[in-house]
Design a protein around this ligand. Structure first.
Ligand code: UD1
Length: 364
């Protein structure tokens, strides 16, 4: 019997591990698949609700790390994860994405000579000021096997000199979850509950330090949202980081009745909000991909993206942090000037099947 431990830590990890866990069940006679939750995200609405929505089992290990500076969070995860690895002696550690839990657990396993695999490898924004970019570079540099979601990832790894036999182009596991739960999302009551009409509202998510940790930028963002909300509802589920800053900076004067601020929203309801939005304004990585898959208009308020396929092929527009430009682009979309898009190669709901097949039949 082989043993694999997959790591989840923060919200965007859960929808990536769920299809991988389901795909491993097919091999349960030969592989035990265990899940370790570092506890980087711990609020019920940032974590527990996703386990329920995505039908994930309770994690086999919970490290309870919580928040802290980058060094604190990364260091604590390493210390706790090392104990699990020494006790469990897995054959493989699987990590996803680019959060602090991703690099912390890869580094810990690597130092113990346990094979590691990174799912969603090769993505690069080119901006090392983003903590995620540092996490991506380091995780890929020490992982034994790299599974890639889009062509740019293959090119980046080649440029960095990674040998071809470590790299597999398998598609996007997050889209596996999306396609699996789309039908369920159609039954969500969230639009009714929020009194929203499909195709007639703007969905906003902002949580990157570059947008929400700076008082002037956050105030300017809310001013822009107030303008956009003059003709329609704007729904904004607030990430805890953003919530904290809204309170600290006393940003209430730009709010009006058309901007609806809510708590973070679970996976199924959020999928329904995404699918039915007229436009999404975001700085999230995953939402750029989900909107491209669904053909929903998306404006990304960042200067770079590690997911360029969503701009080249999809419905995403990368508009930097110049909010006048962003507002103008938003108004154009809302007036009907939309960007048409296509679904990228291998974003077909079967990425986790491909990944587990390669792992079990070739690598384990
Ligand atoms: C993390 C990831 C980011 C990802 C985001 C998704 C890193 C470096 N960043 O950012 O890539 O896009 O998750 O959500 O790993 N907090 C709570 N409750 C929680 C979690 C966090 O209140 O359950 C608050 C705490 O005040 C904490 C702050 O949010 O200090 C930031 O949390 P942290 O995990 O450091 O990073 P995120 O901004 O969530």
């Amino acid at each position: 019997m082989k043993k694999v431990i997959s790591v989840v830590g923060a919200r965007p990890n859960f929808m990536k591990i769920a299809p991988i866990h389901k795909a491993f069940l097919k091999y349960q006679d030969t592989v035990t698949h265990l899940i370790c939750h570092t506890g980087q995200h711990y609020d019920e609405k940032m974590s527990k609700v996703f386990f329920e929505d995505l039908e994930l089992p309770k994690p086999d290990f919970y490290l309870g790390i919580g928040s802290g500076s980058h060094a604190e969070q990364t260091g604590k995860i390493m210390m706790e994860f090392e104990k699990i690895l020494l006790e469990e002696k897995p054959d493989l550690v699987l990590v996803v994405g680019d959060v602090n839990s991703t690099i912390a657990c890869t580094l810990t396993a690597s130092k113990l000579h346990i094979k590691t695999v990174h799912v969603e490898a090769g993505l690069r924004s080119g901006d090392r000021k983003m903590p995620e970019e540092v996490n991506r570079l380091l995780t890929d540099a020490i992982s034994d096997y790299l599974f890639v979601t889009e062509k740019s990832g293959m090119e980046n790894l080649k440029k960095e000199g990674v040998s071809d036999d470590k790299v597999f182009f398998t598609g996007n596991v997050m889209i596996d979850s999306l396609t699996h739960y789309l039908e369920k999302a159609a039954d969500s009551k969230i639009l009714n509950e929020m009194d929203l009409t499909a195709g007639k509202y703007v969905l906003v998510t902002l949580h990157r330090p570059s947008n929400v940790d700076d008082e002037t930028q956050l105030k300017r963002l809310f001013k822009m949202l107030a303008k956009i909300s003059e003709g329609r509802k704007v729904i904004f589920p607030i990430h805890p980081r953003t919530r904290k800053n809204l309170d600290n900076f006393n940003i209430t004067d730009h709010l009006n009745g058309q901007i609806i601020l809510t708590e973070p929203i679970g996976y199924i309801d959020f999928l329904s909000l995404t699918k039915n939005a007229q436009l999404i304004l975001t700085d999230s990585g995953g939402i750029q991909e989900e909107s491209t898959f669904l053909g929903v208009q998306c404006i990304t308020l960042r200067t770079s993206t590690e997911r360029p396929i969503t701009v080249e092929l999809g419905t995403n527009q990368l508009l930097g942090t110049d909010l006048d430009k962003a507002e103008e682009a938003a108004m154009k979309v809302l007036a009907g000037e939309i960007k048409s898009g296509q679904v990228p190669e291998l974003w077909d709901g079967k990425a986790a099947e491909r990944i587990t097949k390669i792992l079990v039949e070739e690598l384990l």
